[in-house]
Ligand binder design. Structure first.
Ligand code: ADP
Ligand code: MG
Length: 252
């Protein structure tokens, strides 16, 4: 790591500085800088292959960066001495699909990490999980197996599971991409509620109307570069780069 591990003065929940990542000879992230303030939502947009998932995977240490540095709440997590498991315990992640264990009920899925990783007793973990499910509109699904739920309900349960460990940061990677269109709304509705609860999130999505509504910050990735960033009004309303304009014309 060539970047000096200076003490981190910012209050950002997540900060990336000059992050580079290649797969073989292909650069996938090229000098990515990112700053995510507490209780804000950052939305990553960009064509398929632009590096959104890789960025999220680097933030969660599922991928090792080649260069640059990443801080979580001021702690440099790309420091070789950082405890990757401890870092991941502070970050919730939901992917496009296959988030729940099929052989466990919703409740068992949700209480797994709180019990095993965080050492909560079963009654306490279950009480908290039921309360969270109730609050987020899935109370009656607690004892069902995932295959008895619609795709939208499964993704909502996956979000509840990610929240059950009280993460400091939630990463959502195209969580509606595999859903039938009529199920997208209920999942995005839950994300909206999670935002209202103050959760700090980084969201990769192709749902532009949703991005515009929920984002505090929008980053447009183009071939591994954050080509444009700003408020939704700036990026969607008055994009400065021709490539951003072209992307938005194509997708909206
Ligand atoms: P996005 O999420 O924006 O679609 P990704 O981060 O998934 O983009 O991928 C960016 C680029 O990196 C793509 O060209 C993809 O093929 C490549 N890539 C991603 N993961 C791997 C991997 N594990 N091995 C090799 N190439 C990868
Ligand atoms: Mg992706």
């Amino acid at each position: 790591m060539s970047v000096t591990p200076a003490p981190e003065p910012t209050a950002a929940v997540l900060r990336m500085e000059a992050v580079r990542k290649s797969f073989g000879a292909s650069p996938v992230l090229r000098d990515v800088d990112l700053e995510v303030a507490p209780h804000t939502v950052t939305v990553l947009i960009g064509a398929s292959g632009s590096g959104k998932s890789t960025l999220l995977r680097c933030a969660n240490l599922l991928e090792e960066v080649d260069d640059g540095a990443i801080w979580l709440e001021g702690e440099e997590i790309t420091d070789p001495r950082a405890d990757a498991d401890a870092v991941r315990r502070r970050i919730g992640v939901v992917f496009q699909a296959y988030n729940l264990f099929p052989h466990l009920t919703v409740l068992q899925n949700i209480t797994l990490a709180p019990r095993r990783v965080h050492g909560l007793s079963r009654p306490r973990a279950e009480a908290e999980a039921r309360e969270l499910l109730e609050r987020l509109g899935l109370g009656e699904k607690a004892d069902e197996y995932p295959d008895r739920l619609s795709g939208g309900q499964q993704q909502r349960a996956a979000i509840v599971r990610a929240l059950a460990v009280r993460p400091r940061l939630l990463l959502l990677d195209e969580i509606t991409a595999a859903l039938d269109p009529e199920l997208v709304g209920e999942v995005l509705g839950l994300v909206r509620e999670v935002k209202e609860g103050g959760m700090t999130m980084v969201i990769a999505t192709h749902e532009m109307a949703f991005a515009r509504e929920v984002a505090d910050q929008v980053c447009f990735l183009d071939a591994g570069v954050v080509l444009e960033r700003g408020t939704p009004e700036e990026v969607f309303g008055a994009p400065r780069q021709e490539r951003t304009r072209r992307f938005l014309r194509r997708i909206v």
